[in-house]
Design a protein around this ligand. Structure first.
Ligand code: SF4
Length: 290
């Protein structure tokens, strides 16, 4: 009977290492992505990808990457930074952010990052038939390199996490929002998950925090005087009044441009604004939006 269960488990689709990372970060995040197939990508996700590309360019040829999958372990993933040190193969994980600090202010890996690098170590072991002694995580914001040893407790943690993740993937139960609100503020899926709304629904006294969109400190620029011309000069908008006096406004300060009555916008400025995702609104003298 046990053998049958084992074989059935063996046939289950493997879990991605990055999904295991999500599982350790927040089970609800794992469920939304893996079961409900809801994915969003915020600026932090793209910044993380850029970091990997920059490392590849800066250290051309020094890193290897490998796609690995093992059905028996139930795991698959791409080890995207692999190095040989003192004859040992060591997987690295690069993180854009900061390391966790313990009560003595010593840098430590975040639990989800630790599980991720241990999972890569286990994948390498079982697919290559070699012993991996450690993985390493570099946190770029505080420039910390951490060694994460792989021991039997680490191997068990990986196997137990894969089992728990598979069980959650097979269930119809979407986990509740996580208690640690700090994690939500850094979660790319918060616009889909709506954790603050869920907390408010369960607790009318809850004071929701704004998680998205990020506060926009740019201003809406209104051009009120008829006959004003708006053009572009470098990275600025050049506003020429009817009496030929000029003002310049950095594009970084503008979120929307509203042109009232008979003001004009040059083609260059129009392209410039559109290219920077800045909305352009035309309002007639009678107040009608055009
Ligand atoms: S927003 Fe919070 S509760 Fe929702 S998936 Fe992300 S971490 Fe989990």
């Amino acid at each position: 009977m046990q053998q049958t269960n084992f074989l059935e488990e063996e046939r289950l689709p493997t879990i991605r290492v990055c999904a295991l990372h999500a599982f350790a970060y927040c089970p609800r995040l794992f469920y939304l992505e893996e079961v409900e197939e809801l994915y969003t990508q915020d600026a932090a996700v793209f910044a993380g990808r850029r970091l990997h590309e920059e490392i590849e360019v800066q250290e051309d040829g020094q890193w290897e990457d490998l796609y690995l999958e093992d059905e028996l372990l139930g795991l698959r993933g791409r080890v995207d930074a692999l190095r040989k040190r003192d004859g040992q193969l060591i997987p690295y994980e690069h993180k854009r952010g900061r390391s966790h600090r313990d009560e003595n202010n010593q840098p430590q890996p975040w639990e989800s990052d630790r599980l991720q690098i241990l999972a890569y170590c286990c994948l390498l072991e079982v697919t290559k038939g070699i012993t991996i002694t450690e993985g390493r995580i570099r946190y770029h914001s505080d420039n910390v390199l951490l060694h994460v040893p792989l021991d039997d407790a680490g191997r068990k943690l990986v196997r137990d996490s894969i089992k728990a993740a598979r069980e959650l993937r097979a269930s119809n139960y979407r986990p509740p929002v996580i208690e640690n609100e700090y994690l939500c503020s850094r979660c790319s899926l918060s616009p889909v998950c709506l954790p603050e709304e869920a907390r408010l629904a369960h607790n009318k006294e809850w004071q929701p925090k704004r998680l998205f969109p990020a506060d926009d400190e740019r201003q809406v620029l209104h051009v009120l005087e008829p006959g004003t011309r708006v053009g572009r000069t470098g990275e600025q908008l050049k506003i020429t009044h009817k009496d030929q006096t000029q003002e310049r406004v950095s594009i970084l300060q503008v979120s929307q441009l509203v042109l009232h009555s008979f003001s004009q916008l040059s083609t260059q400025a129009l392209h410039f604004l559109a290219g920077n995702d800045i909305g352009i609104h035309f309002i007639s003298g009678g107040g009608r939006a055009m």
